[in-house]
Design a binder for this molecule. Structure first.
Ligand code: MG
Length: 159
């Protein structure tokens, strides 16, 4: 049977942090705050995968009180979500996602993000969508207070 899952995440900008999206370090004055590397795109994708198979969200699997998760590479979180699917005899069919950020410019980094995600998702790049948009200068995203990401995952599972 084919299942779908939805993921959403947002992190605020903070000083003294790296900006990492889709496992790519993007040059910018600010990074995203968080316990792990705060990679919103990876978090949204992992939650979409976990949601598709009825698992608890990444906050449950990777609690921010766990010292082992501190500074964690979030591509590893995606990899673990994929492993959960595979352990249950399933496979991921495709992922689609959108990043929402007023700054910096995301588009030049999409190719590198897709290559990283293809590796951990073990999917061809044509099965992975990553898009970027601004928030048209409206609201907290429009004021450059942070970055949001949303994702859907389609997963094939045994009955
Ligand atoms: Mg997060």
């Amino acid at each position: 049977m084919t299942l779908v899952g939805l993921g959403y995440d947002v992190h605020r900008f903070a000083e003294g942090r790296k900006l990492i999206l889709g496992g790519v370090e993007i040059p910018y004055a600010l990074g995203l705050d968080g316990h792990s590397d705060a990679d919103v795109l990876c978090h949204a994708i992992a939650d979409a995968i976990l949601g598709a198979i009825g698992e608890a969200d990444i906050g449950h699997h990777f609690p921010n009180t766990d010292p082992a998760c501190e500074g964690m590479d979030s591509l590893e979180i995606v990899r673990r979500a994929v492993q959960l699917v595979q352990q249950q005899g399933g496979r991921i069919l495709n992922i689609d996602s959108t990043l929402v950020a007023e700054a910096p410019k995301i588009a030049p980094h999409l190719t590198a993000m897709k290559a990283n995600l293809a590796r951990v998702l073990t999917l061809p790049e044509k099965r992975i969508g990553i898009k970027a948009t601004t928030n048209e200068r409206m609201g907290f995203l429009g004021r450059k207070e942070g970055v949001a990401a949303m994702a859907v995952a389609s997963v094939e599972m045994p009955e």
